[in-house]
Write a protein that binds this ligand. Structure first.
Ligand code: AMP
Length: 283
């Protein structure tokens, strides 16, 4: 496995992989890798591409009151996991390569970035879009793999590529879950044992709601009821919404049979110190 920590090393490794006939796939991550990340590597490998992973905890996508300094980091463990997974190249950009002192460009996305995570975390998607654009420019992959766990992020990155004519195909990968349904996340380690026991309620709630909506129940009362139940169980929801899966606008049409598919149920809820995200398809 090739490892690059400087832009010129990356360019050399990139040229070496580029001389092969395989296209290059990129899996951007912030490290502290788990089986969800490794599913992205596996999906990229199955496509027949040479696989590059990046590890960069991107300060620009964290708000001032968020957990940038506390975000888990485990470079040695990550490199071992990526080598085991058959990754061909790892890009570990230094901060100065991503954000040189004279950098003057950020990327702002409207549309699918406006609501939900965009509203709850002002500046978050500016950070995501900017770092993804930089990573695409540095690595120049043909494809990039993103987890459906961050559903809105997938739609935002797709919009970035369409609007700026960035020739990278975005490939979404289904969410990897623990056996009890909790979506794997690098931040789950910060749940206390009691919170960890409660956490799968979030996915169970979404799954039950998706079933009810698919059977034709009215959305608004069910959403309100499920939100109240989450609060009663100890969650602090930021949002629980039924949205158009691509545009991320709320769907007010009820019942669900009147909704133009695809629709998605999305949720963000705080449990203790951890903010959990999840989403499921509807209909
Ligand atoms: P992160 O390191 O949290 O920025 O995530 C890097 C990539 O892994 C993103 O595309 C995430 O959506 C994806 N990812 C994180 N958790 C999961 C999961 N449980 N299942 C599938 N993909 C995931």
């Amino acid at each position: 496995m090739l490892i690059a920590r400087e832009l010129n090393t990356l360019a050399g490794h990139r040229a070496r992989l580029g001389s092969e006939t395989r296209p290059l796939a990129l899996v951007p991550t912030m490290g502290a890798l788990h089986d969800g990340h490794l599913a992205l590597i596996a999906a990229a490998r199955r496509s027949g591409a040479a696989v590059a992973a990046s590890i960069f905890v991107n300060p620009l996508q964290f708000g001032p009151a968020e957990d940038f300094t506390r975000y888990p980091r485990d470079e040695a463990g990550d490199l071992a996991a990526l080598a085991d997974a058959g990754c061909d190249l790892v890009w570990l950009p230094p901060l100065a390569a991503m954000y040189p002192a004279d950098a003057a460009t950020t990327v702002d996305i409207g549309g699918p970035a406006e609501r939900w995570e965009g509203a709850a975390r002002p500046g978050h998607f500016r950070g995501v879009a900017t770092v993804v654009a930089k990573l695409f420019g540095q690595v120049r992959p043909a494809t990039a793999y993103f987890g459906e766990k961050d559903w809105q992020q997938v739609q935002v990155v797709r919009r970035l590529c369409r609007d700026l004519y960035i020739g990278v195909e975005i490939v979404p990968v289904p969410t990897v879950r623990a056996p009890d349904g909790l979506a794997l996340s690098s931040r789950n380690r910060f749940l206390t044992p009691a919170e960890r026991a409660l956490a799968p309620t979030l996915h169970r709630t979404l799954a039950a709601l998706a079933d009810a909506l698919a059977q034709g129940c009215e959305a608004e009362p069910r959403l309100a009821e499920a939100t109240a139940r989450l609060i009663a169980s100890g969650f602090l929801p930021d949002y629980l919404a039924l949205v158009d899966a691509e545009a991320l606008v709320p769907i007010s049409a009820v019942p669900i049979s009147a909704v133009r598919p695809p629709a998605r149920l999305i949720v963000a809820a705080r449990l203790g110190a951890v903010r959990l995200l999840d989403n499921v398809p509807v209909g």
